[in-house]
Design a protein around this ligand. Structure first.
Ligand SMILES: [Fe+2]
Length: 498
């Protein structure tokens, strides 16, 4: 749990962090200081026609944008301890011939429903121990927050959270159907938020970490319907934090960062999961290369320490080298920064840069590490059709140049052109905060694509959907759509073409 200092001066982005209002009321902020913290848990809305604020929806933009993120960080006066703990809610924006409709719904996990019925928090999670006496923490399962990402399958939408199983939802109404095992997730197996889908084969690769004295890395291959058709298990050293991986040609590549869970403090219940994670740079970064056909280990290597949450993409170049692009941090301060986000006020510096790692797949040996761009980079991605292959462009979230990045949240999106080595940025102006950019291919013109982002405007305390021409990120968006209520900062989304 956290408390908010009465002397704080909130930035505009705090308006997009749910549940700060109750905290500010209890400490009697001066009115002018709480102007931007006036946020209750996010408000759901049913399917609603979205007003066009400017421009026109492109004729070739047909499909559904989905986004997932923490929408409630408080219940019954108690606040959750980390941004990662908020209950997930999903926004769907459906672009069709009649315009665009939006729907926003919480994922109805069993934990969410129990806590809603009780009117208070009952579970511990990543950044908080379970409320109440210490024995509450022993053996008590975590609440599945279902708040990290989404996977759109032909007949269902999955809400993903890396510490548990996915939840299946109706693709149109976002009604929650319940936990889904994809035909292969037996008890104790988790399914990460960062699957990789091969556009050519339709195969979906993913992993999950099962804790234990030593953690197990479970790797899954699904067909295009999501059904798990193959899986493998690999024992790791200790319990590391593994958030993402990459598909690179015929390989699946993991970089295991030198962060390890101190299990004792967690089990006794004196520390939550987040505070039990230790940065141990002497361990270096472990490289694990798997074969995508057999899911067996090809090689294992070790290199200098760094931390990454996210991979941009991977591929095999003409010489047979594996190339992997990541958003690289020099340490694990990012975890502290993200914890602070839940309070509406940050001060920890955590910079990551788009970095390219070359490695030899047969030996796991890293041959070079190259910073591609000396600007903050998060949520890097490539167009879906380039996943696992070379991509000319990498899309990312970043900060505007003049930003004090220890005190702000991501406030710009950009595209890096690997061919010309140039960055093109979209300008959202003061106090506006775009979500991770999502690339959408035009259905009529293969040369055309769009970039979608959900923007929180801290000036008007409202959210909008902005659509850019992907080749003109630095021009005015081609269309802006209004949303009925504020959509809090979200983590990850996807584009599901019609
Ligand atoms: Fe992520």
């Amino acid at each position: 749990m956290h408390t908010i200092s009465p002397n704080s001066t909130k930035k505009a982005w705090a308006g997009a962090i749910p549940s700060l209002r109750e905290a500010t009321q209890t400490v009697s902020f001066p009115a002018e200081r709480c102007a931007n913290a006036n946020v209750q848990p996010a408000t759901e809305f049913p399917s609603t026609q979205l007003p066009i604020i400017s421009g026109k929806i492109p004729d070739g933009l047909r499909g559904i944008l989905y986004r997932n993120g923490p929408a409630r960080l408080e219940r019954g006066g108690l606040h959750m301890g980390h941004w990662f703990d908020g209950d997930g809610a999903i926004l769907a924006v459906n672009f069709n011939d009649a315009g665009a409709t939006g729907v926003y719904r919480y994922v109805q996990t069993s934990g969410y429903q129990e806590e809603a019925a009780a009117g208070k928090l009952l579970y511990g999670n990543y950044g908080m121990t379970a409320p109440g006496p210490i024995w509450n923490q022993w053996q008590k399962p975590l609440k599945n927050a279902a708040n990290t990402s989404v996977l759109a399958l032909p007949d269902k939408l999955l809400a993903l959270w890396e510490g548990g199983k996915p939840h299946a939802l109706d693709l149109q109404t976002l009604e929650t159907w319940g936990e889904d095992d994809l035909g292969g997730l037996t008890k104790g197996l988790n399914y990460s938020a960062h699957y990789k889908r091969d556009e050519q084969t339709g195969e979906i690769f993913n992993f999950g970490i099962s804790p234990g004295q030593k953690a197990t890395l479970n790797i899954y291959k699904s067909d295009s319907t999501g059904r798990i058709i193959q899986q493998a298990a690999y024992q790791l050293d200790g319990i590391p934090l593994v958030h993402d991986f990459v598909l690179a040609g015929q390989y699946l590549v993991f970089f295991i960062p030198p962060v390890r869970l101190s299990i004792l403090a967690l089990l006794i219940g004196i520390n939550n999961y987040s505070d039990s994670l230790e940065w141990q740079p002497r361990l270096g970064t472990q490289i694990l290369v798997f074969d995508r056909e057999t899911l067996s280990v090809v090689s294992r290597g070790e290199t200098e320490p760094w931390f990454q949450w996210h991979f941009a993409n991977g591929y095999v170049d003409a010489t047979g080298s594996v190339i992997v692009d990541i958003a690289r941090y020099e340490d694990f301060q990012t975890n502290q920064y993200l914890k602070e986000v839940a309070t509406g006020e940050t001060h920890t510096l955590a910079k990551s840069t788009l970095t390219r790692v070359h490695l030899h797949p047969q030996t796991g040996k890293v041959t070079s590490i190259q910073q591609l761009l000396n600007r903050h980079c998060e949520f890097p991605s490539v167009p879906q059709q380039n996943v696992g292959q070379a991509s000319r462009y990498t899309y990312m979230s970043t900060f505007r140049l003049e930003t004090d990045i220890s005190q702000e949240v991501l406030n710009a999106i950009a595209r890096f052109d690997h061919k010309t080595e140039t960055l093109t940025e979209a300008d959202f102006g003061e106090n506006c905060y775009p979500s991770e950019p999502i690339h959408a291919q035009d259905t009529q013109n293969p040369e055309q694509s769009w970039v979608l982002t959900v923007v929180y405007d801290g000036n008007s305390h409202s959210s909008e959907v902005w659509i850019f021409d992907s080749d003109r990120l630095n021009a005015e968006p081609v269309c802006k759509l209004g949303l009925p209520s504020v959509i809090p900062h979200s983590f990850h989304g996807t584009w599901n073409p019609a």
